[in-house]
Design a protein around this ligand. Structure first.
Ligand code: CO
Length: 171
């Protein structure tokens, strides 16, 4: 009998302790869950979008010759011209070309398309492109990642594509 009494007291007191402690825990949990939900949202957003940063400079170079993105997700790409030279002499853009495009031919057509920012109006080879930028400018575009594979990208300013080009890998 004594044993049972002791046991019930022990259970009762641990219940009280548990209850007292639980409130604190719940409060902490709530705060934690809210925090976690927020960071989950951000993570989810980041996980559902490919974020790509590319830069061009006054030496007529991109800072990356290969970009990698995941298929089935939109791509948000920001091109920054990190130089100071004007668009008219050192313009940079990002032009993503469909597979099978003859890059030299496309660049030739682009070079004479000054009125349309060096994007040939009658071409169906372009998947996505930014504006033509001068020093200090940037442009952000969003497009759906094309099917898995590799795609050429260039700057279509006259004479730039020979060195300002790279590969977008969709995987
Ligand atoms: Co350029």
């Amino acid at each position: 009998m004594k044993k049972i009494q002791f046991l019930s007291i022990a259970i009762l007191s641990s219940f009280v302790i548990a209850c007292g402690g639980k409130k604190e825990e719940e409060k902490k949990d709530e705060g934690f869950q809210v925090e976690r939900a927020n960071s989950d949202d951000k993570k989810e957003e980041a996980a559902n979008t490919n974020t790509v940063a590319l830069a061009g400079n006054d030496s007529m170079l991109f800072d990356k010759n290969e970009l990698r993105v995941e298929a089935g997700k939109p791509v948000t790409l920001t091109l920054r011209h990190t130089g100071v030279m004007q668009k008219i002499s050192m313009g940079h853009n990002f032009v993503l070309l469909k597979q099978g495009t003859n890059v030299a031919e496309f660049a030739g057509a682009a070079a004479s398309a000054r009125d349309t920012d060096y994007i040939p109006a009658d071409s169906d080879a372009v998947i996505a492109h930014t504006k033509m930028l001068g020093g200090g400018e940037s442009d952000t575009i969003t497009f759906d990642a094309p099917a898995p594979g590799t795609y050429d990208y260039i700057c279509s300013f006259p004479g730039h594509y020979a060195v300002m080009r790279g590969t977008l890998v969709v995987e």
